[in-house]
Design a binder for this molecule. Structure first.
Ligand code: KG4
Ligand code: ZN
Length: 336
């Protein structure tokens, strides 16, 4: 059995995890910075980097202690090397390099998006390559054919905003605070999705991509109209529900289009922070059923940023004999 220590610090979660090649998460810890960034209504990169620097080393010690392991017993050290907020990425990557150097273990530099993309295989041992992946997070919205470790064919991406960004902006407009996605989902459950007419950008379009900027602007206009109305006929909850339904309609239409263009996919898979949304999971599951495909979505805790997915990507790369040199650079941008 081989065990990989994973480190994640590319946004606002400081995280460490120990994962085995038998798909067992021996221990994992996540220190959220929600409280640190809440007063600003979003992540402040410089503050995030400082918080990672303070928290990461003790977090790794605690994770090892949880598993009753010593650092020397780990087989490799994997860390997110990008894309993300560069200060935070550097904290995680440099820490991983120091640990790798001190223990003479291999360093594995992981693309954060690959962490999300492979995370469903940690949760589901039956999920084999190739699979069609909808990757929806705070920074990305893509459809990928995942054909193997490091082998991705990008079939669609967003031409403007990521879906998580649209959820976060909607939350801010509705005064739901930060982080926004889960709060919008909760409020949407109390609203009527048919009350507020909103656009579905690019739905039915011959091109494969996503667009959410127009939807975001329409949500803003709807909220301003609501605030200005003497006798409004809809509520904040109706806006949240209508927004979420519009987003779902876009995801389903674009994913259906992608499914038509690929063959031999073993499953329809969703990953990334927005994949924690129950309504979105339900709609995608129905789409997969329509196409006679299994639907795979990681448990909620594996969807939002975590280090178990980074450790697992490390396990997969280690199994292929891959590792990275100690001069590997942190990359703010790193497309799959
Ligand atoms: O993958 P992730 O944790 O970080 C990035 O790599 O971006 O994704 C974070 C994004 C945020 O925009 C957050 O609002 C969104 O995922 N999110 C959700 C939900 N939970 C998190 N969006 C919709 N519904 C949710 N339940
Ligand atoms: Zn992420």
């Amino acid at each position: 059995m081989r065990t990989v220590l994973g480190i994640e610090s590319s946004c606002d979660e400081t995280a460490a995890a120990l994962v085995t090649d038998g798909r067992v998460i021996l221990a994992q810890r996540i220190a959220s910075q929600d409280e640190v960034h809440r007063p600003y209504g979003g992540v402040v990169p410089e503050i995030a980097a400082r918080a990672h620097a303070e928290r990461l080393a003790p977090l790794i010690e605690a994770t090892l202690a949880d598993a009753g392991m010593k650092l020397e017993e780990v087989d490799a050290i994997a860390a997110t090397a990008g894309p993300g907020l560069i200060g935070g990425v550097m904290v995680g990557l440099v820490t991983a390099k120091a640990l790798a150097m001190a223990t003479d273990k291999p360093l594995i530099a992981i693309n954060h998006l690959e962490g999300h993309a492979l995370s469903p295989r940690l949760a589901d041992e039956t999920l084999a390559y190739p699979y069609l992946l909808l990757l929806v997070s705070g920074g990305h919205c893509q459809i990928l054919a995942v054909e193997g470790v490091g082998q991705f064919r990008r079939l669609a991406t967003t031409i403007d905003d990521a879906l998580g960004e649209a959820f976060d902006k909607t939350a801010k407009l509705l005064g739901l605070g930060y982080p926004g996605g889960p709060a919008v989902e909760r409020l949407a459950a109390q609203g009527d999705a048919k009350k507020v007419p909103l656009p579905r950008p690019l739905v039915g379009s011959a091109e494969p991509h996503f667009s959410f900027a127009g939807l975001k602007s329409a949500v803003m206009r709807a909220k301003h109209a609501l605030d200005a109305a003497a006798d409004p006929d809809y509520t904040d909850a109706d806006i949240a529900a209508s927004f979420q339904q519009a987003a779902i309609d876009c995801l389903i239409d674009r994913t259906r289009r992608a499914l038509r263009g690929v063959s031999e996919m073993n499953a329809l898979v969703v990953a990334g922070g927005v994949a924690a949304n129950t309504a979105i999971r339900g709609a995608l599951e129905a789409l997969a059923q329509d196409h006679g495909l299994p639907f795979v979505a990681p448990p909620l805790g594996l969807c939002t940023d975590n280090a178990a997915m980074i450790a697992w990507a490390g396990v997969e790369r280690l199994a292929l004999g891959q590792s990275d040199p100690l001069d590997t650079a942190a990359r703010p941008r790193w497309p799959l």
